[in-house]
Design a protein. Structure first.
Length: 228
């Protein structure tokens, strides 16, 4: 065991003010990060609900700024259209060509993230961004998984899987609605105790992942085996 490699990707993180300055964001207004998709089907099934939730949150927080990094260039226009259809204001789609290079700054600037399950959940946790996780597949896929493959898991987010507890809210299939996202998001935006509870869970998670320098230790371990 040498540790989790993501620890090496969160070195030299920008601070909140520097990140917001780089992104041209208001220094004190809340920032919502939407992370809907790395695959086309995820874009179709998740983004409408995330966009509707963002619009509802802006009713409660009129100065809420919304950022959506595009996973692929062909996602950029559908993301823009989904935001417009939902009536989301003060929103910006980050071009796919820039999104990966800006990831650390996007996370550092964000007060909350709504997105899909995946490795990004761990990245958010390591940068201390409260989050709500959602996932949907087609009804046919869900039926096959549940009734034919007998697919059952206690958690889907890597954060919850590693902690073996439901730290990060998870909304699956029909549970994933704009209203349920807003219900889970509100405490993380306006309740300091709820935010701190999640951040404390993140600290416990980080303690289980080892120490930075994972890549170097892995390389040394492999070389030791090769040259032994």
């Amino acid at each position: 065991w040498v540790g989790h490699p993501l620890l090496d990707s969160v070195r030299d993180l920008p601070d909140r003010r520097a990140a917001r300055n780089l992104l041209g964001l208001a220094p004190d207004a809340p920032v919502l990060l939407l992370l809907p998709a790395s695959r086309p089907q995820e874009l179709n099934y998740l983004m409408p609900h995330l966009a509707d939730a963002a619009a509802q949150l802006q009713v409660r927080f009129p100065d809420l700024q919304v950022l959506v990094p595009a996973g692929l260039k062909r996602f950029e226009q559908p993301l823009e259209e989904a935001l417009q259809q939902a009536g989301v204001r003060q929103a910006r789609v980050i071009a796919a060509a820039e999104a990966d290079g800006l990831k650390k700054s996007l996370f550092a600037a964000a007060d909350l993230a709504l997105g899909k399950s995946g490795t990004v959940n761990l990245e958010l946790a390591l940068q201390g961004v409260p989050q709500v996780v959602g996932y949907r597949v087609s009804r046919v896929t869900a039926f096959v998984a549940k009734h034919l493959l007998r697919f059952q898991v206690e958690h889907i987010s890597p954060v919850n899987l590693l902690l073996k507890e439901r730290l990060v809210p998870e909304l699956l299939q029909d549970q994933l609605t704009a209203e349920s996202l807003v219900e889970e998001a509100l405490p993380l935006l306006n309740n300091p105790a709820a935010r701190e509870a999640m951040l404390d869970g993140y600290r416990r998670l980080r303690a289980t992942l080892g120490n930075p320098g994972v890549t170097e230790r892995a390389a040394v371990a492999i070389l030791d085996q090769v040259t032994a």
